[in-house]
Design a protein around this ligand. Structure first.
Ligand code: MEV
Length: 317
């Protein structure tokens, strides 16, 4: 028996980093997915396979997850361990992860993988509800990234265009529009945790400035939610540029990212970093009138693709 589940990546429209300090973020899931396929195997091991390689862990060693050599694999072994314990079973499982989402560039691949693996491994026993999956996926991510806000895993599980904050969690944004974004990849791979740590240091050194920036971000996000409901793309675009400025001020942009934003804003409604920054991707808001010009220009200096909002979130095959 195979248990298959897939979950979408995400882009953050507004509020990355500030969300960790209580500000609301706006994000959506995208039309690129990660699929996890789990099945029982005869050996007493957890085997994880992906295009990056194969990792095996003996079931009896799952109690010592601190010993996992490749730290980025820890969340998946954690999910396997918890699932086996909860079902009081000591049977080996193979998990195959297939991804359409470029890794390490702010498009939510880690969270989507945790969501898909949590749903797929548990599906071998019984299907979890979306609420149960997101809880497990966030716990798993926090084994390596404690400050994780949970925003990425939430939007990957439930899908759609949403706001998210630490207190209220996830709220769908009723919006009539069908937004299109160009994602342009700086090809500078980042480590989200390192960039989040760097921002924490910035905050600790500049408490007053950081509080002021959080207030500015709150205004941007509130205006953005209104503009989304009014389908006002020009306003949204200019709010994205303002948000990019704040991200520059907290030190998460790079020369390449600024160049991409500079080129994108020549024709798009607006553009900004999406995700942790320190490299990664920018998003440019476009519609039928400016997609081609924006794509042609950005393609001269980066890999780009168009993305639309996914409304399905986690899916079981
Ligand atoms: C990463 O996609 C978004 C951050 O705000 C981290 C988080 O929310 O956990 C940088």
């Amino acid at each position: 028996m195979k248990s298959i589940a897939s979950a979408p990546g995400k882009i953050i429209l507004f509020g990355e980093h500030f969300v960790i300090y209580g500000v609301k973020a706006v994000l959506c899931s995208t039309d690129k997915r990660i699929t996890a396929t789990s099945q029982f195997v005869d050996e007493k091991i957890i085997r994880i396979r992906s295009s990056f390689g194969e990792w095996n862990m003996n079931i009896d060693s799952l109690n010592n997850l601190e010993n996992v050599q490749q730290k980025f694999m820890k969340p998946f072994f954690y999910i396997a361990k918890k699932t086996l314990m909860e079902n009081s079973i000591k049977q080996g499982i193979e998990i195959v992860i297939e991804s359409e989402i470029p890794p390490g560039v702010g498009l939510g691949s880690s969270s989507a993988a945790c969501v898909a693996v949590a749903a797929s491994v548990n599906g071998l026993f019984h299907k979890l509800s979306k609420d149960e999956v997101v809880k497990l996926a966030i716990q798993a991510e926090r084994t390596i990234f404690e400050q994780n806000s949970g925003a990425d895993a939430s939007v990957s599980t439930f899908g759609g265009l949403v706001s998210y904050d630490l207190k209220e969690g996830f709220q769908p944004i009723p919006s009539r529009n069908d937004l299109s974004f160009i994602i342009s990849n700086s090809a500078q791979v980042h480590n989200t945790q390192d960039v989040v740590k760097q921002v924490r240091k910035f905050k600790e050194k500049n408490e007053d400035l950081f509080n002021k920036l959080c207030n500015e971000e709150t205004d941007i996000v509130n205006n953005a939610i209104t503009s989304l409901k009014e389908n006002n793309l020009n306003k949204l675009g200019s709010l994205m540029l303002k948000n990019h400025e704040l991200l520059r001020q907290i030190g998460v942009s790079t020369e390449k990212i600024d160049l991409l934003v500079h080129e994108a804003r020549k024709t798009a409604h607006g553009a900004k970093i999406t995700g942790a920054g320190g490299g990664g991707c920018i998003i440019a808001l476009v519609d039928n009138s400016n997609t081609k010009d924006t794509l042609d220009n950005l393609r001269k200096i980066s890999d780009c693709f168009i993305t639309k909002i996914d409304y399905s979130g986690l899916q079981y095959a």
